[in-house]
Design a binder for this molecule. Structure first.
Ligand code: HEC
Length: 154
C-alpha cells in the first residue's frame, strides 16, 4: 500500500515538473497522469520516447559545407511543403525558424514527427493551423542535422 502511494506521488511530482517545463496548464486531476502512465501514452521523458535532447546536439558556428548538403536534402524532400521564406506552403515557412525554435525540437520534428504530433503541444498547434500531418521523410540523424544547419542560414 505504501509503495503504491510513493509511486503515485512520484508520478504526480514528475507530471507537474513536465507541466511547468512544457508551459502546459496542469489541467489533469492527480491520478489521471498515473492512469495514462499505465497505457504508455503519458508524459514520459523525451529520452523514453526516443526523442533527441539538447545534449545530443552540438552547435557551433554555421558550417557552410553541412548547410550546403542540407540545402540539397531540402530541395529533394522538403521544398514541396516548406518555403525558405516566411510564407506557408503546406507547412510553415522556414525563415528565422532556427532562432525561434530549440534545435532539438526541430530535429525531432524532422526525425520523430509522429511522436511530436502525438505529444508536443507546439507541434499539435501547427497541425491545427496546417491541417496536414507532416509525413516522416526518413532522414538519418546526419541528414537531419545538415538540414538544421541549412535552416540556420535562413
Ligand atoms: C507533405 C508536406 C511536408 C513535407 C514533404 C515536409 N513537411 Fe515539414 N511540415 C509539414 C506540415 C504540415 C507541418 C506542420 C505540422 C503538421 O501539421 O504536421 C510541418 C512542420 C515542420 C517543422 C516545424 C515548423 C515550425 O514552424 O515550427 C519542421 C522543422 C519541418 N516541418 C521540417 C521538415 C523537413 C526537414 C522536411 C524535409 C526533410 C519536411 N519538413 C518535409 C509538411 C511537410
Amino acid at each position: 500500500m505504501t509503495t503504491i502511494w510513493k509511486t503515485s506521488l512520484a508520478i504526480v511530482l514528475i507530471g507537474s515538473l513536465f507541466a511547468c517545463g512544457g508551459g502546459e496548464k496542469p489541467t489533469q486531476p492527480p491520478g489521471a497522469s498515473a492512469q495514462s502512465t499505465e497505457t504508455g501514452t503519458s508524459e514520459q521523458s523525451p529520452k523514453a520516447k526516443g526523442l533527441i535532447t539538447a545534449a545530443d546536439l552540438q552547435l557551433g558556428e554555421v558550417d557552410a559545407a553541412m548547410a550546403e548538403k542540407g540545402k540539397i536534402t531540402y530541395d529533394v524532400k522538403c521544398q514541396a511543403c516548406h518555403s525558405t521564406g516566411a510564407n506557408r506552403v503546406v507547412g510553415p515557412g522556414w525563415k528565422g525558424l532556427a532562432t525561434k525554435r530549440e534545435p532539438a525540437w526541430i530535429m525531432n520534428m524532422i526525425m520523430n514527427i509522429d511522436v511530436m504530433l502525438e505529444s508536443d503541444p507546439e507541434a499539435q498547434k501547427l497541425l491545427e493551423e496546417c491541417l496536414v500531418r507532416m509525413p516522416n521523410q526518413n532522414l538519418s540523424k546526419d541528414e537531419a542535422r545538415e538540414v538544421l544547419e541549412f535552416m540556420r542560414t535562413l
